[in-house]
Ligand binder design. Structure first.
Ligand code: G3P
Ligand code: CA
Length: 362
């Protein structure tokens, strides 16, 4: 009888313990799996990318993080621009026709902040037959209203100001653009970005900041050299590109050659990244290949491998413009469902903050 009572007691204790552990695990999972929406260049589906208006709109739509692509000016100021050129989103070509380089581009690094602030900024465009043509014809019309390039500090002050006035706590997601290019021009953009982040209180992993970069050499440098030097330890995201995009270059004997990203797609790639980064930012087709159909999704191992090594995964870029939804998804919401729920990503970069926020709130 004593043995039976003892056994029941042990079973009861095991049962209680299992319940507690499971409950605790569930809480941890809820915390761990809180999926996020990153406003890609702000609410760029509705207003010109990286305009202050697009950032305010993304904030009001409920983004968890707002993205800043960052490049440097001639006078060492940090401005929020996707390209290290000015010609896709400003009137620099007409304002300063003689300031282009041999390749025909107008580099932000060749202009002072004052000069850049004097330019008109617009929705992105291309030049065809001498005319400017909107990159996304259904979006905010080009050359309408008034927009200006702003600094990283100005945008952080906007977001922190809104955090104060609304009582919310929305994060920032700065990207150090082309550090290899800036270094070749004699500028250390990473040091400048860290100084601004530190000034505005983003110093540790629990702070609402993800610092992203495509250049693996620079992310390693941030982790091993710069963050310790500045007494900082913020979350680092390794962005992943195709080598053929020439997104990251390395100088070999004075000649720029593309950085080879292939090792990231091989066995052990995610483990290597996890040794210096907290997460990855892959291109969507690196997770669900373009051979996928509605009946058969081809999901790569990248997310499961990244998760295995404790990394978050935030793919780019989720757009609902014509031609931007892969054939394997029936619409934008279905695409979000596939990535958030079937692939299991932790967040997405999207131009349409409201759609992703509404999807997650359902
Ligand atoms: O930074 C992640 C996402 O923004 C993709 O890159 O080219 O739009 O800056 P990009
Ligand atoms: Ca970016």
């Amino acid at each position: 009888m004593k043995k039976i009572i003892g056994l029941l007691l042990v079973l009861a204790l095991v049962g209680c313990s299992t319940t507690n552990v499971a409950g605790q695990k569930k809480m941890e999972n809820t915390k761990e799996t809180k999926k996020i929406v990153v406003a890609h260049r702000g609410a760029s589906g509705y207003l010109p990318e990286h305009s202050m208006a697009a950032k305010s709109m993304a904030y009001a739509m409920g983004a968890d993080y707002i993205e800043q692509d960052v490049v440097m000016t001639k006078d060492d100021k940090l401005v929020v621009l996707h390209d290290h050129y000015l010609d896709r989103v400003t009137n620099v070509a007409t304002a300063y026709p003689n300031r282009k380089r041999e390749d025909g581009r107008y580099y932000a690094i060749d202009f002072t902040l004052k000069e850049i602030k004097g330019l008109k900024m617009t929705e992105g465009f291309n030049v065809k037959d001498g005319k400017t043509v909107a990159g996304f014809p259904e979006r905010f019309p080009i050359w309408k209203s008034t927009f200006k390039v702003h600094t990283l500090a100005e945008e952080i002050e906007l977001i922190q100001g809104l955090n104060k006035s609304t009582g919310k706590n929305i994060g920032i997601y700065p990207e150090i653009k082309a550090p290899w290019f800036h270094r070749n021009e004699g500028k250390d953009i990473s040091v400048a970005v860290l100084k601004v982040l530190k000034k505005y209180g983003y110093t540790k992993k629990s702070d609402l900041v993800y610092l992203q970069c495509f250049d693996p050499n620079e992310v390693v440098r941030l982790k091993t050299e710069l963050l310790p030097k500045f007494g900082m330890d913020v979350k680092l995201i390794q962005l992943i590109a195709e080598t053929s995009w020439n997104e990251t270059m390395v100088y070999e004997g004075g000649k720029a050659v593309p950085y080879d990203y292939d090792w990231m797609f091989e066995d052990g790639g995610m483990e290597k990244i996890s040794q210096y980064a907290d997460g990855i930012g892959p291109w969507k087709p690196m997770l669900v290949t373009n051979e996928s159909t509605k009946d058969h999704l081809v999901i790569t191992n990248m997310v499961s491998d990244a998760h295995k090594f404790g990394m978050e995964v935030h793919p780019y870029t989720f757009r609902l413009d014509e031609g931007r939804i892969p054939a394997y998804a029936s619409d934008f919401e279905d695409m979000l469902d596939i990535f958030y729920n079937e692939v299991g990503v932790d967040g997405v970069f999207t131009d349409f903050t409201d759609k992703a926020v509404n999807f997650l709130n359902k």
